[in-house]
Design a protein around this ligand. Structure first.
Ligand SMILES: Nc1nc2c(ncn2[C@@H]2O[C@H](COP(=O)(O)OP(=O)(O)OP(=O)(O)O)[C@@H](O)[C@H]2O)c(=O)[nH]1
Ligand SMILES: [Mg+2]
Length: 342
């Protein structure tokens, strides 16, 4: 029996001594650690820590920087190229299937390129794709072959789809890809067509839904099917409540928000002065809520902007105007330029 058996689900080193530590299994001969086994078979989430150190990356590597379309506000916010400037960086915008069919992809690509240029981000290519689309996977395989590097690393924040890509590229059947944030614990590796493909643990993102809600709740808030954007017509002083999580109040001429979130989430219109009383009795009014909230105001300049609700989705708005938001304390909420037209 080997001392270095790894869990095939998350890559953690298996150990049978400490139930509270990562990689625990009742037997070292198991395929999965207990956390992965419970997650996969019962949808139950137990400990899974978030590794924070960046692994050492060789120069003769292609680094696929995987980002979800849901995380576009954070695209380029991890300057991995500073640690290994000699590797080849390719940005993969994944989960494109979540955006509506009519989305102007040329415009999106153009905007991402100008953002990269403005931030001086070095990159070889930008690929818009879906890890769930077999055609896109074939395209990526051909592309990687053309680069002719021996090592391919999948890097990016949690839940961007690295393990899903890894499985599709290498035909691995054991690794686990689910909406549990920070699932992959240590690098999983497998050969494909003369290359070694490494599926890395997710880069740790502060303030995502897993900070404030249990897995059983947040997994239903993260979209996994094509989003049907919803347009709202609001007057100044009116608000939208998304479940008991986000209260968004609008002040401006024609802010007309368009929400890109999971279809079944409860969204209702109210007035700004109703928000406080509603949240004071949140247990009575909402299915999903948190203990503590915080507030922030966003001044929207002239033009098209995006407000991102952590890893749950986003909203497009037209400025000028003002938006006041109440949201779970500690959650990542941001204002950025809209990268595509609705
Ligand atoms: N709709 C859609 N869902 C995807 C796509 N890629 C991944 N997913 C889903 O996104 C969730 C997270 O995928 P993973 O592959 O586990 O993400 P990861 O980047 O490995 O996450 P960590 O290991 O936590 O860093 C899973 O529910 C996947 O099914 C995609 O292209 N489209
Ligand atoms: Mg993973």
């Amino acid at each position: 029996m080997s001392m270095t058996t790894r869990c095939k689900g998350c890559g953690a080193l298996l150990q049978d001594t400490d139930q509270d530590k990562v990689g625990y299994a009742t037997s070292l001969e198991h395929v999965y650690c207990q956390a992965c086994y419970k997650l996969f078979h019962y949808g139950e989430s137990t400990v899974h820590f978030h590794p924070e150190d960046l692994p050492s990356l060789p120069a003769n590597a292609v680094i696929l920087m995987v980002s979800s379309v849901l995380h576009l506000d954070l695209l380029f916010s991890y300057p991995v190229y500073r640690y290994q400037p000699d590797a080849t960086y390719v940005y993969v915008i994944n989960q494109m299937d979540l955006l509506p069919k009519g989305t102007n992809l040329d415009k999106l690509l153009e905007n991402i390129k100008s953002k990269a240029k403005a931030l001086h981000v070095p990159y070889e290519d930008l690929i818009l794709m879906s890890a769930k689309n077999p055609y896109d996977i074939e395209h990526l395989k051909a592309y990687l072959k053309g680069l002719n590097e021996p090592n391919v690393y999948l890097l990016g924040v949690q839940n961007s789809g690295k393990t899903t890509l890894f499985k599709a590229l290498t035909k691995d059947e054991d690794a686990i890809a689910m909406k549990k944030a920070g699932l992959t614990q240590e690098a999983l590796k497998k050969t494909y067509d003369g290359m070694m493909i490494y599926d890395m643990p997710g880069l740790y993102q502060e303030g995502y839904l897993h900070h404030v809600l249990p897995y059983g709740v947040y997994k239903n808030l993260i979209p996994d099917k094509p989003i049907r954007p919803k347009i709202y017509q609001l007057k100044a002083g009116q608000s939208l409540m998304i479940e008991g999580l986000f209260a968004i109040s609008f002040f401006g001429e024609s802010i007309n928000p368009i929400l890109y979130i999971e279809q079944h989430l409860d969204v209702h219109k109210t007035n700004e002065n109703r928000i406080k009383p509603l949240l004071e009795e949140k247990e009575k009014h909402f299915q999903i809520y948190v203990d503590h909230y915080e507030e922030k105001a966003f001044k929207i300049p002239n033009g098209r902007y995006q407000i991102t609700f952590a890893d749950m989705g986003f909203m497009h708005v037209s400025g000028p105007g003002l938006i006041k938001m109440v949201y779970p304390k500690g959650l990542h909420v941001s204002l950025s330029e809209a990268l595509f037209n609705d």
